[in-house]
Design a binder for this molecule. Sequence first.
Ligand SMILES: Cc1cc2nc3c(=O)[nH]c(=O)nc-3n(C[C@H](O)[C@H](O)[C@H](O)COP(=O)(O)O)c2cc1C
Length: 328
Amino acid sequence: MKRTVSVAPMMDCTDRHDRFFLRLISKNVMLYSEMVATKSALHGDRKKILSFSQEEKPLALQVGGSDKKELSEVAKIAEDMGYDEININLGCPSKKVQKNMFGACLMKEPDLVSECINEMVNSCNIPVTAKTRIGFDDTEDFNYLNNFILKMKKAGCKTFILHARKAILKGLTPKQNLNIPKLNYEMVYKIKKENPDLEIIVNGGISKTEEIKKHLKICNGVMIGRAIYQNPYFLTEIEKEIFNTKDNPTREQIVEELLKYLEKEVKLGTKVNHIMRHTVGLYHGQVGSKNWKRYLSDNMMARDSDFQKAKHIMTIVQNNEKVNQPTA
Ligand SMILES: Cc1cc2nc3c(=O)[nH]c(=O)nc-3n(C[C@H](O)[C@H](O)[C@H](O)COP(=O)(O)O)c2cc1C
């Protein structure tokens, strides 16, 4: 499986509609689900929580949990449903997540994590991967991180996504935890150099193709979150610069394809805004992008699954010259 560039799992962002939209822009990136708690996957509305369109693949399910039996059951379900990878979240610092004993606080429990990974590896045939931070609280130490990784390797994990900043488990909001702890790419590079046999994916603060190329000289892949969610058309630049893709769709072609999906989904009861909200950044950086955003916010809240609203949204794309006019 190719993980040269992947889109990061992001709660409330990378749902199945967003992934379908992103896949229209890029065929080569790896996609990840939002984090799903094991208990929701096992006892919730599984169809609603875990289903996806075949077009989204290759696709990983990210799971949050620390109960090895539950994790192994979810790994099997992910495989049976057609996911290409199961990823365990060892990096989320939110209070709620800590209370439930998953995410970044598990960096303190290398033995428990390895037992969980071992059970997952034994219960499925898809790759089991881990996404973690480079440290937590006062611990930002190469040996600690390396030993944690070695334990997980022994348990059967070969791919590690490393968010290159530590997590502060008390006192910072999740948003602050994405910005305040300093990025330390050198720590990630050192892990790769020490473990050349492992697939190491670097994550955190990457927003330019030049940066991707630099990281790829050392790491096996990069993972990008916010820069893609805020500016999804950045994926076209990634396709051109990293994957040498020649014929990339225009923004208008992307929305035309998305509209076919919208039509199908609206008939099944999906609300227009559940799909279109992910396209707010489509014209990011373009003159007149404000018009697109304003049009979406004025029109996409149709509560009645009214497909005509979707058609309306399209008109602004078809009249793209208007979209690109400078706003007064
Ligand atoms: C809105 C939002 C939701 C996130 N949700 C998750 C999540 O569900 N699982 C996870 O592992 N990381 C989550 N993250 C962290 C990202 O996956 C990523 O590690 C982080 O944003 C750093 O990458 P970036 O600088 O490219 O955005 C989230 C980040 C954001 C901004």
